[in-house]
Each structure stands twice: as C-alpha cells, then as structure tokens.
Design a protein around this ligand. Structure first.
Ligand code: KG4
Ligand code: ZN
Length: 345
C-alpha cells in the first residue's frame, strides 16, 4: 500500500477550521497547510432596511447561520471534522454578541474533537490577508486597512509584530462612504453604489481636506461639510441631488481616496518597507485600487491587493492568521472569552 494516500495525507497536513463572526457576516473556512480550501460567507440582509448593522439582529442571525456555514465549509473542502488539526476563531474586536456566537461554537467543537483552539485578532487577520495569495509580501510591509469599521495604517514587522501608526479619530472610511451616501439618497451599504455612480461623474465639488498630525485620519469634517453644502444647494434647487448625483459621488470618492492616500504616502516616505498592502472592504473601490497601485509604482515598491472575497470580512483570513499561530504553537486556553475591543500587538 502507498503510504501517502488520501486519508493519510489529510492526517499529516495541518488542517484548520476558521470561524469569523465579528460583525454581520457569518463565515467559515478550511485552510490546509496555509492554503485556502473553502471560504463560505453568509451575509445578513436583515440590516439593509435599518441602514446599518443592528447588533441584536446580527447575533441572532449568526446563531442560525453558524451550523450550516461550518457544515458547508467542511463539505466544500471535503474534510470530515475528525481530520481537523485545530479551530481558529475571531476573538475580537467586534460586536460582543456576534463574537460570542463564534467563540462559543469554536470552543464546543474543539472540546468535542479534542483539538486545540487558536484565537485570532480580526484586524491582524485583515493585515495578513495577502498570505492567502501568491506571491506573498516580504516583511516589513505597510498595510492600509480600510473597512466599514476601521481605517488604519499598520507597519507589519512579522506575523505577530505589528505597529498601528495611525487610525481614524472618528468615522472609518467605509462609514464615511455609507453616511454621505445616505445623504445622497442611496441605500446601505452606499460605498459600492457611490463607486458605480461616480463612473459617470467628475469630482467638481470641492470639499475640505483635513490634515492631522502623524498618520491619523478624520472623516467627520467631510461628512458635515457635505451636509451643509447639500442643504445650501437644495435651498436654491430642491432637485440638486438628483441632477448632480454622478458628480457628487465622484467628488465624495475623490476626496475620501485622496485623504486616505495622502497620509499613507507620508508613511511610505517615512518607513522603508518592502511591500504595500491594501486590505478591508473598501479595497473594492475602483479609484482606490488604481491610485494605490500608482502610489506603489511611484515609490518603486510592490503592491498587494487581495481579491474582493478576501478583503471583506471572511474566515479564510482568520485561518491564514491562525495557521501561523499554529506553527508557533500559540494556542488559546478553553476559558478564552470574546473581547469587543483588543489592541493590536
Ligand atoms: O470590511 P467590510 O466588509 O466590513 C466592515 O468593516 O463593516 O467593509 C464594508 C465597507 C462598507 O462601508 C462599504 O460601503 C464599503 O466597505 N465598500 C466600499 C465599496 N465596496 C464596499 N466603499 C467604497 N467603494 C466600494 N466599491
Ligand atoms: Zn473586518
């Protein structure tokens, strides 16, 4: 009999189940030896009519989604539960009620299979996303993490050592897209719609461009300025938004992207790094992608922009971050608890 046939191979490989439930996506993935075998996400439509994530509804939806999502991830990868080496899960940061569903499920399953648990920091996982791709970046690299909940510039020294150089002091970039989109009469999330509509417009409307010390961000001034600008224009033309929607979307997008990249460019000048990584849901923005690549070319540094399904909240990134912790034998205790706020190390 050949020793390395199917079942035996699975047993030798490091096979992780990863679970993510920090916000409004219930996600599970199977990672084998650092490669993504399946990546399943159930998003929660229930929040659309409220114009934002409702924490209580999110926890309930996680509760009903988690079993079918984990089951689908195992089946898609063709991995029976008894061949798992460990379970990685998002410990935080995020919505506590949502995190608790994933953490409790991971604990229960690890206990029943008698395998180790690996806790993962949600933002560290976003930052390590390019390790799910080929080629992978070299350390150190700078990551611009832009999502609905976070806007950060992170200096990544290795898999565990990361330094947050700057963060938003108010709204996140995705939140700014969503809130300004709401003023323009767009549904939630407005980011993808602004991106689409902006294709037919020009950034002709001038908005403020804040400049903070260090590498921090602020988007609330932009939001307020847009509100006053719209109120003033609507006074003389009640149909102003409808008539100017494309140019307004192009202007909002232009300003958010330039605010993001002007500060990031300063960090790139100040820190000698070997790669530039874009991560988080706002990575889907077409202007941001183009301008990020251009920034890399201008600086002579390779850029890494993961595919969209790895940029929005997903469990593959939790599994990738968990895999490096598995190799370092960095396991969690069974009494580990979910944490809504945790600092990035
Ligand atoms: O990372 P993510 O899936 O989850 C949260 O952190 O919530 O990011 C979602 C955010 C939303 O604010 C959404 O409007 C924004 O990413 N987004 C976009 C685009 N696609 C998603 N923003 C601008 N342009 C896009 N194409
Ligand atoms: Zn996220």
């Amino acid at each position: 009999m050949h020793l390395l046939h199917g079942d035996y191979l699975w047993r030798m490989a490091i096979t992780l189940l990863a679970i993510e439930s920090s916000c409004d996506d219930t996600a599970a993935a199977i990672i084998r030896d650092g490669r993504v075998c399946s990546n399943v996400v159930a998003d929660q439509r229930v929040h659309e009519r409220y114009g934002g994530v409702v924490p209580e509804l999110a926890s309930r939806a996680h509760q009903s989604n988690i079993v079918p999502v984990v089951d689908a991830a195992l089946k898609e990868a063709g991995v029976p539960p008894d061949q798992l080496s460990a379970i990685a899960f998002t410990r935080g940061p995020g919505l506590l009620g949502s995190l608790l569903v994933g953490v409790s499920f991971a604990k229960g399953m690890a206990l029943s299979l008698d395998i180790p648990l690996i806790e993962v920091h949600h933002l560290q996982a976003h930052v390590l996303t390019p390790f799910a791709m080929d080629p992978t970046p070299e350390f150190p690299y700078l990551c611009l993490l832009v999502s609905g909940g976070h806007t950060q510039i992170v200096l990544v020294e290795d898999f565990q050592r990361m330094q947050v150089l700057g963060s938003t002091i108010d709204d996140a970039a995705g939140e700014a897209f969503d809130k300004i989109g709401k003023m323009l009469g767009l549904g939630y999330p407005a980011g993808p719609q602004i991106d689409n509509i902006a294709r037919d417009g020009q950034p002709v409307h001038t908005l403020p461009h804040p400049r903070l010390d260090g590498y921090d961000y602020s988007f609330s001034g932009l939001k307020t300025a847009m509100l006053y600008y719209l109120q003033k224009q609507i006074k003389s033309d009640p149909d102003f938004i409808r008539k100017n929607r494309a140019d307004l979307c192009a202007s909002v997008q232009h300003h958010i992207v330039h605010i993001l990249l002007d500060t990031f460019r300063r960090a790139v000048t100040d820190y000698p790094v070997k790669g530039l990584v874009l991560a988080g849901g706002v990575t889907a923005n077409s202007l941001l992608r183009t301008e990020f690549k251009a920034l890399g070319e201008e600086a002579g540094i390779q850029t890494f922009i993961p595919p969209f399904e790895l940029c929005t909240d997903n469990a593959a990134m939790i599994g990738i971050a968990g895999y490096f912790k598995y190799l370092a034998e960095d396991f969690a205790e069974l009494n580990v608890s979910a944490q809504a706020r945790i600092q990035m190390r």
